[in-house]
Write a protein that binds this ligand. Structure first.
Ligand SMILES: Cc1cc2nc3c(=O)[nH]c(=O)nc-3n(C[C@H](O)[C@H](O)[C@H](O)COP(=O)(O)OP(=O)(O)OC[C@H]3O[C@@H](n4cnc5c(N)ncnc54)[C@H](O)[C@@H]3O)c2cc1C
Length: 399
């Protein structure tokens, strides 16, 4: 039988060249920060406070990044700088408390962290563009001069003295030609916030959770891919009063936070498994009246890819910015760990910076250092000339 699909499949090219097109320039700034997680927020605030005209572009509708969106609510500062200010803002509203379910470490209210970030950015005079994706770096003579941004209004260029890639995955750095190191282990998982829990009753029976989950897996009520127990977290004094806490869903080992297919598959499977787990919860003492408040807006990511930088930050050098460090020493690290090898005009802050594996650094601190560096550098750099009628001819190659 003839395979009628074959000719059509063969006719589909694997690549094609996009034509150059006139692209409007939206703004020209000293420092452009792409990504509004903790690293990006701190970078933008630090740059603006140092006098740089700063624009922060975030693809989501809120700031704060993966932590609050994925319900990764454990947080510690490094005892200095903007990360302390974030904490103070949370504490002032009573939004950071001790999490009894995970050994008393700090747990914050995700909504409050989003507001704290927004307020910090506004107070520092940073210009903000939400719901906007930084798609491609603008590279001229080997130097990153800005980024293309896409949003509801279209596609346009933002020119900058220095660009900070705080996308968490080094998206702009990768498109500018940076190489990456992949982690030995990585995974994706989906958390959910659950209400209507009788927390006292639930915790009183917590020793029985692994057996209850195992039994449910045996009867087929739960999929074998479900977690081995009820991973309850965010059990703060406020959570106890309100009957609201969080549960961790299945962890998908080997799935990468920088890979679109891994993200999409984990999101779909994670949501399906979470629905099943929430139905199971209603059969567990203390959870009989429980309900879903919300499933996390994004996946929790463990293990980041990191840019191959001009320097890899060592454990010794990272001491002043380690989570929980509180050394009181000056917050400084070698700036070369922010610079991807072979890419000029761009600093990488946050998860994708060039850091020795396994270091639990405070990403707001690293972002702050990037912001200050960018503000200093931008002041020295000549700006790209904007062409006639405020247009830039951007050459776009590849799909
Ligand atoms: C259990 C756990 C505990 C942790 N505890 C701490 C802690 O105590 N202290 C600490 O500092 N860190 C902690 N971390 C790490 C914490 O997750 C990071 O600090 C945080 O993710 C900041 O990283 P980031 O800003 O680099 O990335 P992200 O939080 O991932 O932020 C990236 C931002 O960029 C946006 N973005 C991505 N691509 C684009 C694009 N193309 N255009 C525009 N916007 C884009 C995203 O929407 C997001 O807002 C912990 C992590 C875990 C898992």
């Amino acid at each position: 039988m003839t395979d009628t699909c074959s000719p059509a499949v063969e006719a589909v090219p694997s690549q094609f060249l996009l034509r150059a097109r006139q692209t409007p320039v939206y703004r020209q700034v000293d420092v452009l920060v792409c990504g509004g997680g903790l690293a990006g927020v701190a970078a933008a605030v630090a740059a603006a406070r140092d006098g740089a005209e700063t624009l922060l572009v975030e693809r989501n509708v809120v700031l704060g990044g993966n932590g609050p969106l994925a319900f990764e609510i454990g947080l510690e500062s490094c005892g200095r700088g903007i990360s302390v200010e974030m904490f103070e803002r949370l504490r002032a509203g009573g939004h950071v408390e001790s999490d009894e379910a995970v050994g008393g470490s700090s747990a914050y209210d995700p909504e409050a962290l989003k507001y704290a970030c927004l307020d910090l950015v506004r107070d520092a005079g940073v210009s903000l563009l939400l719901s906007s994706l930084a798609s491609d770096p603008i590279v001229e003579n080997g130097v990153v001069r800005g980024a293309m941004v896409e949003n509801k209004s279209g596609r346009f260029a933002i020119l900058a003295g220095v660009v900070i890639d705080a996308t968490g995955d080094g998206e702009l750095a990768g498109r500018a030609g940076a190489a990456f190191r992949e982690p030995d282990a990585c995974s994706l998982s989906l958390n959910a916030r659950i209400g209507g829990i009788d927390i006292e009753g639930a915790l009183a029976a917590r020793d029985s959770w692994p057996a209850l989950v195992a039994a449910a897996k045996q009867t087929g009520q739960l999929d074998p891919a479900q977690p081995d127990t009820i991973a309850l977290f965010g059990v703060t004094p406020t959570a106890r009063r309100r009957g609201i806490a969080f549960v961790a869903g299945s962890r998908f080992a080997g799935r990468r936070g920088w890979n679109a297919r891994d993200l999409s598959e984990s999101e779909g499977t994670g949501r399906k498994l979470m629905r099943q787990f929430i139905a199971f919860l209603k059969t567990v003492p203390g959870f009989e009246s429980s309900f879903v408040v919300d499933v996390a807006g994004t996946l929790a990511i463990a293990g980041a890819r990191q840019t191959v930088g001009e320097h890899v930050l060592t454990a010794e050098e990272a001491v002043p910015i380690m989570v929980g460090a509180n050394t009181g020493s000056e917050m400084a690290v070698p700036i070369a760990c922010l610079k991807p090898h072979g890419v000029d005009g761009l600093l990488v802050a946050g998860r994708a910076a060039s850091i020795a594996p396994g270091l639990h650094i405070n990403h707001a601190a690293l972002g702050e250092i990037a912001g200050k560096t960018a503000a200093d550098t931008a002041a020295d750099r000549s700006r790209i000339q904007v062409g006639v009628a405020g247009n830039l001819i951007a050459r776009e190659q590849g799909a």
